[in-house]
Design a protein around this ligand. Structure first.
Ligand code: ASP
Length: 318
């Protein structure tokens, strides 16, 4: 079982029918890429890596190519990966030239004694590891650039505001998987939030906040990162499963749809448990999302009013 998301920031007026179709195709491609790994008997870790790398390369989503812009007009990318079976994790933050930040996060996990590397140090490590680097223009899309220009105009119009605004344009990509041996993994990659300040790091690369996996539960989040960090959201979901005896769906719903909005944030998450149970809660207008099970048929949805078929039975889930 593989579950993916492409961010909870999508609204009906932010994409037209053609863009929605392109995004659906990319979601299906990511599901198939991850599923091929599972089918080949590879661990969950390979499936989430493959799925996220496809989503990073797809300009529809705010990760890798198509990432949102910082206040000063650059792309700074964050990513993390965690292997539930071994408890190992790797993360990078604030990288600017890494085509697939998830591959660098994985290299940090597997080829270094560290868990997280940032900025220039992470880029130097990438060079040493032979990880593909690109000119920063690779990440640029006109749509994301215009989103920044709009955010800057809105910010200028609110000059009385002492603080800066991070525009509510969110979107991230992520995957969680359970392989044939019951091992779980989670991966998340993002450009962060439009108009974020230089050096801002969101929840995606922070183990326990936007990304978490253990032997029983794996989660990848998307949403207003500051709230996910404060709620330690991904770990909180798994902790409720483990210590409070909640089922995965209940735990994920209560953290994402009760706690985060109560604190003032919004967003969504995908989660999977050791039995292959899944949850995809979100409290925004839409979340690019999908899953693929043993039969290899991809299921995808975008907006909140589109139900997604439930694995196992024919009922519907969100
Ligand atoms: N959570 C990401 C961040 O705050 C953004 C997102 O999911 O859209 O960096």
């Amino acid at each position: 079982m593989l579950v993916i998301h492409g961010g909870a920031g999508v609204t009906r007026d932010s994409i037209d029918a053609g863009e929605a179709e392109v995004a659906r195709q990319a979601l299906m491609q990511a599901l198939r890429a991850g599923h091929a790994q599972l089918l080949a008997g590879k661990p969950a870790l390979e499936a989430v890596t493959a799925a996220v790398a496809v989503l990073e390369d797809a300009p529809s989503f705010n990760a890798g190519r198509g990432a949102v812009f910082t206040h000063d007009g650059r792309n700074e990318l964050d990513a993390a990966i965690m292997d539930g079976a071994s408890g190992r994790a790797g993360a990078v933050a604030g990288v600017r030239t890494i085509r697939n930040p998830i591959l660098l996060a994985r290299a940090v996990m597997e080829q270094s004694p560290h868990v997280m590397m940032v900025g220039e140090g992470a880029e130097a490590f990438a060079a040493a590891q032979g990880i593909e680097r690109v000119d920063p223009s690779w990440f640029r899309t006109e749509k994301r650039w215009q989103q920044l220009q709009k955010a800057l105009r809105e910010e200028a119009a609110k000059q009385a505001h002492a603080d800066f605004d991070t525009a509510r344009a969110i979107g991230t990509v992520g995957a969680v998987a359970r392989d044939a041996q019951g091992r779980l993994a989670a991966a998340t990659s993002t450009g962060g939030m439009t108009n974020k300040r230089y050096g801002r790091v969101g929840d995606a690369p922070i183990v326990g906040a936007g990304t978490y996996a253990d032997a029983q539960c794996a989660v990848s989040g998307t949403g207003w990162g500051e709230y996910y960090i404060r709620a330690v959201a991904a770990h909180e979901i798994c902790a409720r499963v483990r210590y409070a005896g909640q089922d995965l769906r209940g735990a994920a719903m209560s953290v994402i749809n009760d706690d985060i909005p109560r604190a003032g944030g919004d967003g969504g998450a995908i989660a999977i448990d050791a039995d292959g149970g899944i949850a995809l809660p979100f409290n925004t207008e839409g979340m690019y999302r999908g899953w693929i099970g043993a039969d290899g048929v991809p299921h995808v949805a975008i907006f909140a009013d589109e139900a997604l078929e439930e694995p196992g039975d024919r009922s519907r889930i969100k």
